[in-house]
Write a protein that binds this ligand. Structure first.
Ligand code: HEM
Length: 454
């Protein structure tokens, strides 16, 4: 008998036969989660025959990500719909394989290491701001994605991506489109010849070929190099992977190296660029926040470019970044499958249930955030973080599988925002743009801005 036999059955809506609650969810995920709140903090429902459970209570979120983490795995669904690409990367692996990968990669993300990237990050942001002003008008999401991709490629892979930006963008778009709530590709079996499936496969293949070239170029370079310069220590992520040996003396396969590169190129740029995009949207929605940000950077930055040593004085910038990640968390929602029965919030969640942690719903819970839908950076002023439960705000996830790039992203976001705000005005033309209902972390339409030098 299960050790959770005393726990109660999950409360939740009945939904329709077959599709369950899918239609309500697809119509408006925000309203769907609002309605779920009526049932409590841990709610069960069905979609297409799958048992689902949404966790809206911060303590139960903490149980999933931290205390009971062993009872959960990442769902196979994403990896399957990506044709297996990225499945050997640290975002999707499990168990011993994941642990060994995480240990190998972790030193690249220690604070001291990440701080050495500060000048590069701000330098690229300053160049981007100058280019934007020269162009006069930008599509904010693609301009921000260009910037974060350049930063990532240079800092982690020491490569210049100018010729490959399009291939990577196509891949990232494909991953996002597949991940859309209710995308046909995740619902219909593999053999159904959807046009989008063909297009996405082509994008994967082109990206795969570009990565192979990058790996071969580096192998050739390492083969020729005099490694004595840095004591033979690899000094970027790509060299680290190529030289890696696990504790059991095995080395990463070519597929694993490719999947890691894909993982970092995807997870490492798309998220931060979405945060930057929403930052400009939200700042434009309340002009006084924009003015306050500019007043701060004018007072703090000596030469118009932010550095790591400025971060402690960039307090309002910090609140802006926090508030953007609260209201528009770039990951949107986290997903897990239960691999055993587990108790959450006093209810029994059976093995084989897909558990959803909707960040955008938890982080707008009126019990913890006043006027939760309003962008109000100053809400972070008086120690809000100490007053709310730990997992009422978790834009970078939590527990052992929290975002490995958290420090990198948090620093990049602040340095880029401050540097850009110091030199240009970014006037978003459609600041009322809503989140997309399919991928609630993305804008529903292109975000256009007029950029002028200050
Ligand atoms: C604002 C920017 C970012 C946000 C909001 C974000 C968010 C997240 C979240 C929520 C997770 C956990 C996913 C889960 O538990 O299912 C995660 C994992 C991860 N993130 Fe980030 N991320 C950001 C930037 C980055 C950057 C810059 C990198 C790399 C340079 C990165 C690399 C990763 C990796 C590799 C994982 C998987 C970690 C593991 O499972 O061990 N992320 N991220």
């Amino acid at each position: 008998m299960s050790q959770h036999a005393d726990a109660e059955q999950l409360p939740g809506p009945d939904g329709y036969p077959v599709v369950g609650s899918f239609l309500q969810f697809r119509r408006d995920p925000f309203a769907f989660y609002d309605d779920l709140r009526e049932y409590g903090g841990v709610v069960g429902y069905r979609m297409f025959g799958y048992d689902m459970c949404s966790v809206l209570d911060p303590d139960a979120v903490e149980d999933v990500l931290l205390h009971e983490a062993e009872a959960f795995e990442k769902p196979d669904m994403l990896s399957e719909s990506l044709d297996g690409y990225m499945s050997e990367g640290v975002l999707l692996t499990e168990g011993e394989q994941w642990r060994a990968q995480r240990e190998l990669l972790q030193p690249m993300f220690y604070r001291e290491r990440v701080e050495t990237y500060g000048d590069l990050m701000a330098g690229y942001a300053a160049d981007a701001a100058a280019d934007w002003a020269a162009d006069g008008q930008i599509d904010v999401q693609s301009a921000a994605s260009d910037l974060t991709l350049r930063i990532l490629a240079r800092t982690l892979f020491d490569i210049d991506l100018s010729e490959r930006v399009d291939v990577i963008r196509e891949f990232a778009d494909a991953v996002r489109e597949i991940g859309r709530a209710g995308s046909l590709e995740t619902q219909l079996p593999d053999w159904v010849p959807l046009p989008s499936r063909r297009r996405h496969r082509r994008a994967f293949e082109r990206f795969d070929a570009a990565l192979e070239e990058i790996i071969e170029e580096r192998r050739a370079k390492l083969g020729n190099a005099d490694t004595s310069e840095n004591n033979g220590e690899p000094d970027d992520l790509l060299s680290l992977l190529l030289a890696a040996e696990y504790p059991d003396a095995s080395t990463p396969s070519d597929t694993e190296i490719r999947d890691q590169l894909m993982t970092f190129l995807f997870a490492g740029h798309d998220t931060t660029s979405l945060a930057l995009t929403w930052a400009f949207v939200l700042l434009n929605r309340r002009p006084e926040t924009c003015e306050r940000l500019q007043t701060e950077v004018d007072g703090v930055l000596a030469d118009g470019q932010a550095g790591v040593s400025d971060l402690a004085d960039l307090q309002y910038t910090d609140w802006v970044a926090k508030e953007v990640l609260r209201l528009r968390p770039p990951a949107g929602a986290l997903f897990r499958d239960t691999v055993e029965d587990v108790e959450l919030g006093g209810y029994r969640v059976p093995e084989g249930t897909m558990v959803v942690l909707p960040q955008f719903a938890v982080q707008t819970d009126p019990r913890f955030f006043d006027d939760p839908e309003t962008f109000r950076p100053e809400r972070w002023a008086d120690g809000l973080e100490d007053d709310i439960p730990d997992y009422a705000y978790f834009p970078f996830g939590g527990g052992p599988r929290h975002c490995i790039g958290m420090r990198f992203a948090a620093m990049e976001l602040r340095l880029a925002l401050a540097t850009i705000a110091a030199s240009v005005d970014v006037e978003v033309q459609n600041p009322d743009v809503d989140p997309d209902l399919g991928t609630p972390f993305e804008p529903a339409e292109d975000v256009l801005a007029v950029v002028t030098e200050r």
